[in-house]
Design a protein. Structure first.
Length: 457
């Protein structure tokens, strides 16, 4: 336990409210939130009553959702209303989404009329839409205003704005016509008009756009905030880069967990209950286990060939692992490229062409290594018998075919899933490996039957 945390708990027990207020006044909201998370929930409510109202609201936004929910339950209506009315719209929307419907309804009733209207409006957008991330607090000016008028307006209303980096220009109907960096107003003559600084070029999001569209546009523009319009082009809010980064991190986490062969946890690893984690992981493991049974079925189908040429069984792990590894590689690369917008459905032919060439090259490399391995071993032992050269050819050619098939399967499966409206990350590396394991055995024994017919088989 840190010294600061010990002092905090001692002050809480002694009810030293003056000391607590002075100590917190020197700390940023993020650090206060971190300290509050480490004490009992009842004491958290006490601390929030001690904090100045504005500092309490900012600190509340840094708390995890679970802590926010517990804190709301232990606070009085007046304190909850003060915090909710002071929270950023997007953070408040995230909190209200996680609460039961009845609780959300009660909390919305505590909001001021204007804040209530904003909350209801944001909650009405689809769950994965930009509308859920936007805030209606921004600076909008008219083309006819002078720079002096703009700066005066910013001084008067800028305190409530989410960001002052960008100023948005709207016409008399509220339609977005341009965006101008604050730097432009600071460097322009005070008598210049907004219309003189406009270039009529801007990037904007629709409230109904999905999160991936927002992430792509932020990446392309490099801006810290983007305007959000309705379907008619009317400016209704802005989205800031910090909210989009949180969404991108959460999305990447879900994809990585799915690629690893489990359901997305949707909770921090250390916070999720053991029972819930087991349920998330067991489903895919069962599916993969049942799928792997097909490997045993395939082995049974070639039982006679294995009995006559036992040497073939020695290379089964080598064969199926090479195909599974190549498929997992291709699946991971394509899924990530799709997430970054580098690969689209219409690019399937280009992807296939690249993977055919990659599969042939990689398979040839592994095939040559396998051939040389058997050749070298046969020079010092008789483990592979008198037909070692045919066995080496079988392994080499099989590896080319299996690695080629693995790369094609791994690269095409994510695109096929996207085509039918499913999440490409579902084609996890273990899933692709299992698929290629079964088909790889068929390829392996088919090649063996062709090359070894009349000798070992």
């Amino acid at each position: 336990m840190s010294q600061l945390q010990s002092e905090l708990q001692a002050a809480v027990r002694a009810r030293d409210f003056t000391g607590l207020r002075e100590s917190f006044g020197r700390l940023p909201p993020s650090e206060i939130a971190n300290l509050i998370c480490q004490i009992h929930t009842d004491d958290q409510a006490l601390l929030f009553r001690v904090l100045p109202r504005e500092l309490a609201s900012k600190t509340f936004e840094y708390l995890p959702l679970g802590e926010q929910e517990e804190l709301i339950k232990s606070m009085g209506q007046e304190d909850v209303a003060a915090i909710l009315n002071s929270m950023a719209d997007d953070d408040r929307t995230t909190l209200l989404e996680e609460l039961p419907g009845a609780v959300t309804k009660q909390l919305i009733a505590l909001l001021k009329p204007e804040e209530r209207a904003s909350a209801v409006k944001l909650l009405g957008y689809p769950e994965q839409s930009v509308g859920r991330l936007m805030t209606p607090h921004y600076i909008a000016v008219r083309p006819a205003w002078t720079v002096r008028e703009v700066l005066d307006y910013v001084r008067e209303h800028g305190r409530d704005s989410e960001t002052l980096n960008m100023v948005y220009v709207v016409d008399e109907k509220g339609m977005l016509v341009d965006d101008i960096r604050m730097r432009g107003f600071l460097l322009a003559p005070l008598t210049a008009r907004v219309s003189e600084l406009m270039d009529n070029r801007y990037d904007a999001l629709k409230a109904t756009d999905d999160h991936q569209t927002a992430i792509s546009l932020f990446r392309r523009t490099g801006l810290t905030a983007l305007p959000v319009t309705d379907t008619d082009g009317m400016l209704i809010g802005i989205v800031t880069i910090d909210d989009v980064l949180e969404v991108a991190e959460a999305g990447a986490t879900r994809d990585i967990q799915k690629i690893g062969g489990s359901e997305a946890l949707d909770e921090p690893y250390m916070d999720i209950t053991l029972a819930r984690m087991i349920r998330k992981r067991a489903g895919w493991l069962i599916i993969l286990f049942l799928s792997e049974m097909l490997t045993a079925t395939a082995m049974g189908f070639f039982e006679e060939e294995i009995a006559r040429a036992v040497v073939l069984a020695l290379f089964v792990p080598l064969i199926i692992s090479s195909g599974g590894n190549s498929g997992s590689q291709a699946a991971t690369l394509v899924i990530r490229a799709m997430a970054l917008g580098e690969v689209r459905l219409r690019d399937w032919w280009r992807v296939m062409r690249r993977e055919v060439l990659s599969g042939l090259a990689l398979g040839s490399v592994l095939g040559v290594i396998g051939f040389l391995r058997i050749s070298v071993w046969s020079a010092f032992s008789n483990i592979y018998g008198p037909h070692w050269l045919l066995v080496a050819l079988t392994i080499g050619i099989s590896l080319v075919g299996i690695v080629l098939w693995g790369t094609l399967s791994g690269s095409m499966l994510p695109l096929a899933l996207r085509r039918v409206g499913l999440d490409p990350a579902t084609s996890s590396a273990p899933f692709v490996a299992t698929l290629v394991d079964v088909t790889g055995l068929i390829i392996y024994f088919s090649v063996a039957m062709l090359i070894l017919r009349g000798t070992l088989l």
